[in-house]
Design a binder for this molecule. Sequence first.
Ligand SMILES: [Zn+2]
Ligand SMILES: [Zn+2]
Length: 371
Amino acid sequence: MEENSNAFDTKTAETNQSEIICKGCSASLVYKPGTTNLKCEYCGAENEIIVSNEEIKEISFEKFLSEKYDSVDKVEVVTVKCQGCGAETTFDPNIISDSCAFCGSVIVVKTGTSQSIVKPGSLLPFQIDAKKAFLEFKNWINSLWWAPNDLKKLASQSEKIKGMYIPYWTYDSKTSSSYTGQRGDNYTTTETYRGSDGKTATRTVTKIRWTYASGHIYHNFDDVLVLASNSLPRKYTERLEPWDLDKLIPYDEKFLSGFKTETYHIDMKDGFTDAKAKMDDAIRTMIKRDIGGDHQQISSVNTTYEDITFKHILLPIWISAYRYSEKVYRFMVNARTGEVQGERPYSWIKITLAILAGIGAIAAVVYFINQ
Ligand SMILES: [Zn+2]
Ligand SMILES: [Zn+2]
């Protein structure tokens, strides 16, 4: 087997940064989305990244609770913190001034802060490149109804789109839930009533007969996904789902080269609270199906969680944060599927004019009908 890693040096030890240098011309190599190659932007050399075929490890949650950070692989990272929104991202020694991908604030950095974090076990590499992401952003902005006109000008600033690896936790668990509740079945009955003319008549009405219900639900949850950051609005990141988690590959910092990585702010303990809430929602849906009938009421649910495991993963998102009228709006692209989500401002002038035009049109119709 040919040893491809001879083609570049990793400077990780000096900079704690996933900077990989081209042997040919000493420029930084960057990961090329949609491939397994590192590309030199200067001499064009491409180096294949050998994707490890080792199994992606699940970490026992119980073991973590008793042994704490001794039970997990850690990594030293150098990060910078945005004063505007608090997001912490990897520090790039080549960039001295930058704007925050999450809030658009200007960040001037000279040094980063070193910290030890749980090492990501796997990741999904970028599939969609900056050009495609920018195109998606432009299409989205142009398709917005009631958007202010000058917002569309913002869409021409392609440098505002940033590729970011976002931290997530995933959890697996076997659950066993016992529940009690009520099952409601519809039935129809005929009732007599007195009509407005004083005569009695009959009509059919639907009523619900409630009966006691109880049972057990067992379920194996796999890869319940929890965002480990507060930098992006959850409402939108959840709409970026689903992610092709079956394609996760073992963590290799070569895939991070040329992109920034956010460090997690929600640890795996708090993350599990979120995961549990997601599992509980799914369990309630299963219970309702189990109860059956036309209506269901759940009175109590008692769930035990066993064989809980977790892993730390990185998922690729293209982000553009734009400031409009003193407010920050964010646009996101799932860099695997191209799914687009974003926050948007409304032009109240346009909406008011449209409403006035609508009222005018109705008034005109009413006027002509009455003629
Ligand atoms: Zn080169
Ligand atoms: Zn920020």
